[in-house]
Write a protein that binds this ligand. Structure first.
Ligand code: NAD
Ligand code: AKB
Length: 315
């Protein structure tokens, strides 16, 4: 088979998605790439290479050298880091994507490109956010996500490239820490609850955001890439969600397992502003209808599993 290339494979999602792809397609068929050194477990599992997606000839050469047929393009700058470094966010998120799409035209690759709840803005309906609605984001990260969705649509229409993507909500996981986003609190809270029994949250108690546990995020990505392309109307990008909660509700769920746990709030204006502009709960019926999307974890199941998996690691 032609190989699968993952960009940003050392990140929160890449580090787990790559291993799932190895499990499914075999270690010789997956090439993990990142700007950073690959973690040891990835080095043991598959082919690992350094790749800066902003360097077009390097992206093209990597795709040619490994005879790549599918790219999971995860390299990106996330929302909070993006607000600190908007020029870098544009360079990586837009020019990196452009380079990946150009290499895909040259080598007829299928491409998975994640968008985000960040592709919406303050003018978007907050609840039951439709698949097709107003998208006027106010963060640079969100701007690059909307532009990325459109660019992927364009490469499909203009060059016939099989581009597909989902709008991930905030992803919760325990393997690799998140890379500088607004939903990072929902991961940090578990580490602090187990280590110190307390957490100071940078979002307000009642900030409701869409979220998903990592196994569902991986399932969504692979199932979408394996879906029958004829049935996809919204290829870039499908709303997908699992549950939505506020920091206060997540803290109450954690307290059911760690009763001593306490949450405090020290609101950080930039990330609060970003969170306020994002949906609270997306409508993901298009993904359910067009390719059978259905999450496996609810808030309680995710919380139990996170705590169970983290306790032995943090001892
Ligand atoms: P992350 O920040 O954890 O990982 C991104 C990876 O990209 C990092 O390992 C980084 O080293 C790498 N990278 C940065 N610049 C690069 C460059 N120039 N060349 C090559 N690699 C580079 O991000 P993530 O959470 O794993 O996100 C993956 C994708 O999913 C991104 O497109 C992100 O926007 C999207 N997404 C993530 C979430 C989430 O909650 N994690 C939610 C919505 C969408
Ligand atoms: C972020 O907070 O930037 C990401 C996202 C929701 O896109 N986790």
């Amino acid at each position: 088979m032609k190989k699968i290339l993952v960009t940003g494979s050392a990140g929160q999602i890449g580090s787990e998605l790559t291993l799932k792809l190895v499990e499914k397609y075999g270690s010789d068929n997956v090439v993990a790439t990142d700007l950073r050194e690959a973690p040891e477990n990835l080095k043991q599992a598959c082919i690992c290479e350094k790749l800066d997606v902003t360097i077009c000839p390097d992206v093209r050469a990597m795709v040619a050298r490994h005879d790549v047929g599918t790219i999971y393009h995860l390299a990106a700058i996330l929302s909070a880091v993006g607000e600190r470094k908007p020029q870098l966010a544009w360079e990586v998120n837009m020019n990196g994507l452009y380079n990946v799409l150009e290499a895909s035209v040259e080598h007829s690759c299928a491409v998975f490109v994640p968008s985000s709840i960040a592709a919406f803005g303050p003018g978007t309906p907050k609840f039951d956010t439709p698949q097709d609605t107003i998208q006027r984001p106010t963060s640079i990260y969100g701007v690059t996500k909307v532009a990325g969705e459109l660019l992927c649509d364009y490469y499909h229409k203009r060059y016939g490239i099989d581009t597909r993507g989902v709008r991930y909500p905030g992803i919760i996981s325990y393997e690799t820490l998140p890379g500088g986003g607004t939903t990072d609190y929902a991961v940090e809270i578990f580490f602090e609850a187990i280590k110190n029994k307390k957490y100071t949250c940078f979002l307000k108690a009642d900030s409701r955001l869409d979220m998903m546990y990592m196994p569902d995020a991986i399932k969504a990505s692979i199932e979408l890439m394996e879906a029958d392309g004829q049935k996809l109307i919204h290829r870039n990008a499908f709303n997908v969600t699992a549950f939505s909660f506020t920091p206060e509700e997540l803290a109450l769920e954690i307290k059911k397992i760690i009763p001593e746990f306490e949450i405090r709030y020290d609101v950080e204006p930039i990330r609060q502003g970003i969170a306020d502009s994002w949906p609270s709960k997306m409508n993901d019926s298009a993904a359910r209808q067009e390719w059978g999307w259905s999450p496996s974890y609810d808030l309680a199941a995710m919380t139990r599993d996170m705590i169970e998996k983290l306790i032995p690691r943090l001892k």
